[in-house]
Design a protein around this ligand. Structure first.
Ligand code: ADP
Ligand code: MG
Length: 634
């Protein structure tokens, strides 16, 4: 080899050091994945070169048969993974093999607990990539040259994975990348033909690029003795090397689908389900979409990776093509291969191409159908819902056209079982509706306990009318876009007048009207006393245990949403609540008979308590405490 020039030693980015440390310790039992990661990178590099060569086939440098090669030397204890893909220049190497470019890395690392099993899972979601080499190697050498660059610009990178790496330049004939792992003593088992072949089959069968391994044959003489010096090395393709999605469905095993999922998603664990479709006609595409079993670490990040891997006529075009799925389905992973786009399509073009919208709406339907099918398996669907439910809740707002379909996929907590697990569908609810009940009732509050114990529920519990219990941050926003399902109106029981419709009989209604008339004076008096804090006072029959509650007018933004907006720095116009009094309650009776000053205190206490029960904040908590203590010590 020629001499190495411009040699320098650089430190890894802090995050890389942390990751290396954690990975080496926590992925020990999964260490064979290093090979999958290196082959995956090599295959990506081949894909990238094929794509770049569409514009300039000189980049192939007369070597257009893209491939990955794996060799080992059991005596030296090395494994080499080589590709004739796109390669890297010096800056690429420093950037790609010295930093972690993904956003959110720091946050991710903070989540790691030091508990091996948990961390192994998290790291799996993160995609360990190239650095996984150091799980099995105590020294890694990377030699590479960017396709199309002068031979003098070969780059050599070396590191023991301990905080720094050395980089230099040398003359390199072949473009593409070669990675040599110097195996740790206890990982030498990987320098073995059968072991390597097994791993290639296990992890990389579905990769389009051939993965080859050398086979040495020695000629034998008539007596069966090997003839010295007659060794001939041939290269055998070890993997299937056809794009998985191109093969007929019937020929693909579940294990192959799962292995392919791991390749596209960087996830260690199995997907929950998948849907593989070939479409011919006006649109021509093949899609293979997966529902993961767990959330990527950047699910809620604005610039988190999402979308499908895009191929045009089997040529890889880009990762994370996000134009083909709506935001609320950003957890879906997979591949789209189409004939309807040109090979030199760019992200900018994707944003304007009308074909893209058509495919997007088709993939959206596919995904929703896939979820509907998954919902037949309660356990799997619950896993899905617990992981991605709050993302799917963005759906009705984002995609009005599919509102009904999405609504059918939603799951809620409910007074039916009072469980914090969101496991009830709207269809379940409708099946259980009482005779004469026309509406689907729900209530929203901050936190499950607050919502489960809300005073608004009292009458519903008494009458055995089910109410959906909503306590996710996004819930109020969701419900503002979801006003109907299956012809039934969805009604917030903390807003507007209580109307239980047919569930109440005529007699009850009459009795209520009578009480209301009875209490007219009291209501007026409370109204005058609390005029600054409430817009209206009325008696209610929605309470059985509590003396009072606050409600908002029908079309006001709910309490929970207001608090979220305020927390986000959005000033909200003041809206005074309606105070409702329980005419049957002892405290309300006491109020009726109180003298002037006691009346004032008690009325204020009832209002403040009702606000607190709603999860709200008092403007003047000290005044409340003082009044309450006054009453307690009276
Ligand atoms: P990821 O593949 O998820 O991007 P990796 O850690 O596996 O993360 O790789 C980091 C980057 O290093 C890749 O994105 C790629 O740019 C570069 N890289 C790694 N291996 C190769 C290779 N064999 N050829 C060209 N580039 C490579
Ligand atoms: Mg990778």
């Amino acid at each position: 080899m020629t001499e190495t020039t411009r040699q320098e030693t650089l430190g890894f980015q802090t995050e890389v050091k942390q990751l290396l440390n954690l990975m080496i310790n926590s992925l020990y039992s999964n260490r064979e994945i290093f090979l999958r990661e290196l082959i995956s990178n090599a295959a990506d590099a081949c894909d990238k070169l094929r794509y770049a060569a569409l514009d300039d086939d000189g980049l192939y440098e007369n070597d257009s048969e893209l491939r990955v090669e794996i060799e080992h030397d059991s005596e030296a204890g090395t494994v080499t993974v080589r590709d004739n893909g796109v390669g890297m220049d010096r800056d690429d190497v420093i950037h790609n093999l010295g930093t972690i470019a993904k956003s959110g890395t720091a946050e991710f690392l903070q989540q790691l607990s030091g508990e091996q099993q948990k961390d192994a899972n998290l790291i799996g979601q993160f995609g360990v990539g190239f650095y996984s080499s150091f799980i099995v190697a105590d020294e890694v050498t990377v030699r590479t040259r960017k396709a199309g660059a002068p031979m003098a610009e070969g780059v050599e990178w070396r590191s023991a994975g301990e905080g720094e790496f050395t980089i230099g330049e040398y003359e390199r004939e072949a473009h593409g990348t070669e990675i040599v792992l110097h195996l740790k003593e206890e990982a030498r088992e990987f320098a073995d033909d059968a072991r390597l072949q097994g791993l290639v089959r296990k992890y990389s069968d579905h990769i389009q690029v051939p993965v080859r391994m050398p086979k040495t044959e020695t000629a034998k003489d008539d007596d069966g003795n090997e003839i010295e010096g007659s060794e001939v090395t041939t290269w055998d393709t070890v993997n299937e090397a056809t794009a998985l999605w191109v093969r007929p469905k019937a020929e693909i095993t579940d294990d192959e689908y799962k292995a392919f999922y791991k390749h596209v998603s960087h996830d260690f664990s199995d997907p929950l389900t998948w849907s593989h479709n070939k479409v011919e006609g006006k649109l021509e595409y093949t899609s293979l979409l997966y529902v993961p079993g767990r959330a990527p670490f950047d699910l809620y990040e604005r610039d988190g990776a999402r979308g499908v891997k895009l191929y045009v006529q089997r040529v890889f075009i880009m990762d994370d093509a996000e134009q083909f799925l709506p935001l609320y389905l950003r957890f879906i992973k997979g591949v789209l291969d189409t004939r309807d786009l040109s090979l030199n399509v760019s992200r900018e073009i994707l944003q304007q191409d009308p074909q893209v919208d058509k495919i997007k709406s088709a993939l959206t339907k596919r995904s929703l159908d896939m979820l509907k099918k998954l919902a037949k398996d309660d356990e799997a669907y619950q896993t899905f819902w617990n992981t991605f439910g709050s993302v799917l809740k963005e759906g009705p707002g984002e995609d009005p056209g599919n509102r009904e379909k999405i609504a059918g996929l939603l799951r809620f907590s409910s007074t039916h079982n009072d469980s914090a697990t969101q496991d009830q569908s709207l269809t379940d609810y409708i099946e259980r509706m009482k005779e004469g009940q026309q509406k689907i009732y729900y209530i929203v509050a901050d936190g499950f306990n607050a919502v489960k114990n809300s005073p608004h529920l009292e009458i519903f519990r008494k009458k055995g009318v089910e109410v959906l219990l909503l306590s996710d941050r996004i819930d109020e926003w969701l419900m503002s876009h979801l006003t109907e399902f299956d012809g039934k109106t969805l009604t917030d029981i903390a807003k507007g007048d209580l109307d239980l419709g047919e569930v109440e009989d005529e007699e009850e209604k009459k009795a209520q009207e009578e009480t209301a008339r009875d209490k007219e004076d009291l209501v007026k008096r409370v109204q005058e006393t609390l005029t600054e804090g409430v817009q209206e006072v009325r008696v209610t029959h929605r309470l059985t245990d509590s003396p009072a509650c606050v409600v908002l007018p029908e079309n006001e933004m709910g309490f929970q949403m207001r608090r979220i907006m305020e927390a986000a720095g959005q000033p909200m116009p003041d809206v005074k609540p309606i105070l409702e009094l329980n005419p049957e309650h002892a405290l309300v009776n006491r109020l009726e008979n109180a003298d002037e000053s006691a009346f004032n205190d008690l009325a204020n206490i009832l209002l403040d308590q009702a606000i607190i029960a709603e999860g709200g904040h008092l403007d003047d908590p000290a005044a409340y405490v003082k009044r309450l203590n006054g009453v307690l010590t009276a």
